[in-house]
Design a protein around this ligand. Structure first.
Ligand SMILES: Nc1ncnc2c1ncn2[C@@H]1O[C@H](COP(=O)(O)OP(=O)(O)OP(=O)(O)O)[C@@H](O)[C@H]1O
Ligand SMILES: [Mg+2]
Length: 240
């Protein structure tokens, strides 16, 4: 009975927030866990910003979830232009009141933590924001050199995200070989999932590879997958 099947599929998806990157969702039981905090770590140019934006843009266009993009790195106009080849029109999504852009200077990390109870929270409540991106959290590691204050800041951030009730993607930038160096131990431990993106040299060219290092409460593969960036965005390839 097709109708019964559809209901079953829907309930199985319950509690999952699809990224809308089809092949990725298929690897992780349909998407991120609802209200989870997910780290996307990788070297420069691996596609972390693109992944995070696809998560937000798909959220709006496919699942009607308003999204907030907090950045320490991107400029609104430039990001808007860079995404046009992928068919993502941030300005349009902004006009519809579904996409929200907030830009902070790296030294304003502390302000973000303080304002967490203020400006950001009001925006999240007012516009029923369900998806949140922070691009990137590397500013945190730089600003809080001492491990104890870094741990406190990380915990404060995770506490805020939990309070906001959003499903979050945090990007982290690190070396291409050992991307886990991009994160502090606290962030790794606190995060519900970690996805690593690589752009590795192989003879005369580079290959893009993605791996899900952990995702709590989820059966995910323990291997790397090749992926491409085309005008459709990130596409994960099956096979080796
Ligand atoms: N139109 C396009 N078609 C195919 N690939 C593209 C296109 N535009 C950008 N790219 C690829 O995507 C990469 C940029 O992706 P993105 O900005 O998401 O990476 P990032 O991991 O966030 O980088 P950074 O560490 O600099 O923030 C480019 O380096 C390029 O390889
Ligand atoms: Mg980026």
């Amino acid at each position: 009975m097709p109708q019964k099947k559809a209901t079953a599929a829907k309930s199985k998806e319950g509690g999952r927030v699809p990224t809308g990157i089809r092949e990725y969702d298929a690897l992780v039981e349909g998407g991120f866990k609802k209200e989870s905090v997910n780290l996307i770590a990788g070297g420069t140019g691996t596609g972390k910003t693109l992944f995070a934006i696809q998560f937000l843009a798909n959220g709006i266009t496919k699942y009607d979830d308003p999204g907030l993009y907090i950045t320490f790195e991107e400029k609104r106009e430039k990001l808007n232009d860079d995404l046009l080849p992928f068919g993502i029109e941030l300005a349009e999504l902004e006009k519809k009141g579904k996409f929200f852009f907030m830009e902070y200077q790296p030294e304003q990390v502390k302000k973000l933590l303080v304002e967490g109870g203020g400006t950001i929270e009001s925006l999240i409540i007012k516009h029923k924001i369900k998806r949140l991106v922070i691009d990137s959290i590397s500013a945190f590691a730089l600003l809080y050199q001492d491990p104890l204050s870094r741990k406190e800041a990380a915990l404060q951030l995770f506490h805020l995200i939990a309070k906001w009730g959003c499903t979050a993607v945090l990007t982290a930038q690190g070396p291409n070989i050992d991307v886990t160096k991009a994160m502090s131990a606290e962030l790794e431990f606190e995060a519900d999932s970690i996805t690593l993106m690589y752009h590795l040299r192989k003879d005369l060219h580079r290959e893009r590879m993605i791996e899900i290092l952990k995702m709590r409460g989820t059966q995910h593969p323990n291997r790397l997958y090749r992926y491409e960036i085309t005008n459709k965005g990130i596409t994960i390839l099956s096979g080796k």
